[in-house]
Design a protein. Structure first.
Length: 288
């Protein structure tokens, strides 16, 4: 099967994932964590040995969010940053920690969001600058239409990731901004590998060979590399999702979604888009 001849199916499949995500973003918005919303900051004095896992178990029993941050300092103090607690919830947590670990509450304060709207704007600006830089670099090393196809593929991956994060109600915190930038970097790297093979094959293009067949063969030549790379990454991410603990689970799920989408878009979106750009410019005819 020529992957380029059936490219409309790949576009439709992408839309079937992106559109529900956009609807969810419009209706449900995002599940912002305490980095965005603020919360409670509690400090306890330690009277006996205690572990982060043990305290995490108490927080889970109290049904507190999995992204609650726990820090044990050398000064025999435990600091817990969690969602905003009522007085009854704070008292219940303190009583449980006192009973299980002998922790004594030393302070209970409300704190503001760590991630401000200014930081979010700066992250968006950083992403736009990265897009512009990649567009200029790829256009210089390859051509403008390669660069435009790569940027659209990256934008596709970001939409897929944040859309599914909204549908799955994943916690969005400061690490999520890093996840988006990581996904963009992975996606463009995977895309460039395929584009490089297409460029090499264009130089030795056989007489009468249609461009869609050349692109299809180029994808097939790099397919094993793309699949092996994403498989290795996904194995690591799955291990961290299963065994890395609740604190990083949603972050890793976002990376899992983004990396999978990045592999898909590199194969099924970026190259077909480049073909359509060439076709619309009348440059997709068989070589003479």
């Amino acid at each position: 099967m020529n992957l380029i001849k059936v490219r409309m199916w790949w576009y439709i499949l992408s839309l079937l994932v992106i559109v529900p995500g956009l609807i969810s973003l419009g209706v449900r918005h995002m599940n912002y964590g305490i980095d965005f919303t603020g919360g409670s900051l509690l400090q306890y004095n330690i009277s006996q040995p205690v572990t982060v896992a043990g305290i995490r178990g108490v927080l889970d029993a109290q049904k507190l969010p999995g992204d609650s941050q726990i820090q044990i300092t050398s000064g025999n103090t435990v600091t817990i940053r969690t969602s905003s607690l009522t007085q009854d919830e704070s008292n219940s947590l303190s009583a449980a920690l006192q009973k299980d670990f002998g922790l004594t509450l030393s302070s209970d304060n409300k704190v503001d969001a760590v991630v401000s709207s200014e930081l979010v704007r700066n992250a968006g600006l950083a992403l736009l600058i990265a897009f512009a830089g990649m567009l200029i670099y790829i256009a210089w090393r390859f051509e403008f239409w390669f660069a435009l196809a790569a940027i659209i593929a990256i934008f596709h991956d970001i939409l897929v990731t944040i859309g599914l994060a909204s549908i799955l109600w994943l916690q969005i915190d400061s690490a999520s901004l890093a996840a988006i930038l990581t996904i963009a970097a992975y996606s463009v790297h995977d895309t460039i590998v395929i584009f490089d093979r297409i460029r090499e094959n264009v130089k030795i293009r056989k007489k009468g060979e249609p461009l869609d067949e050349l692109i299809h063969h180029s994808i097939m030549q790099t397919l094993a590399r793309s699949l092996n790379t994403v498989a290795a990454v996904l194995i690591c991410l799955l291990a961290l999702i299963l065994f890395g603990g609740a604190t990083i689970r949603d972050f890793m799920i976002m990376l899992l979604i983004g990396v999978t989408s990045g592999c898909y878009s590199s194969i099924f979106n970026a190259s077909p888009l480049w073909f359509d750009f060439k076709r619309l410019r009348g440059e997709a005819a068989a070589s003479r």
